[in-house]
Design a protein around this ligand. Structure first.
Ligand SMILES: [Zn+2]
Length: 87
């Protein structure tokens, strides 16, 4: 699962940087769930292939612009709160 593609990009960067052999990566990234804030055909030269792709808006917790928090919704981290999120 990826939202920003930061992790796949960082993995590629680390593989290129620390591999003593010449490395070549395909321009595609495959994942099960891709949830960007805006679906694009191309992400700075990378193409995402996913089973599920859905635009999901996320707000910075430090930034108080989230419209759901403004009306009293409680923000839960999904990794430790699946029981509260799946009803
Ligand atoms: Zn919020």
């Amino acid at each position: 699962m990826s939202t920003t593609l930061d992790t796949p990009r960082e993995v590629r960067r680390a593989v290129y940087k620390d591999n003593p052999n010449r490395v070549w990566c395909l321009p595609e990234i495959a994942m099960v769930i891709h949830r960007p804030d805006k679906v694009k055909a191309d992400y700075d030269g990378l193409r995402v292939i996913s089973l599920v792709e859905k635009e999901i808006q996320a707000w910075d917790p430090e930034n108080k612009d989230c419209p759901y928090c403004k009306v009293g919704s409680i923000a839960y981290e999904p990794k430790t709160n699946w029981g509260k999120l799946i009803v």
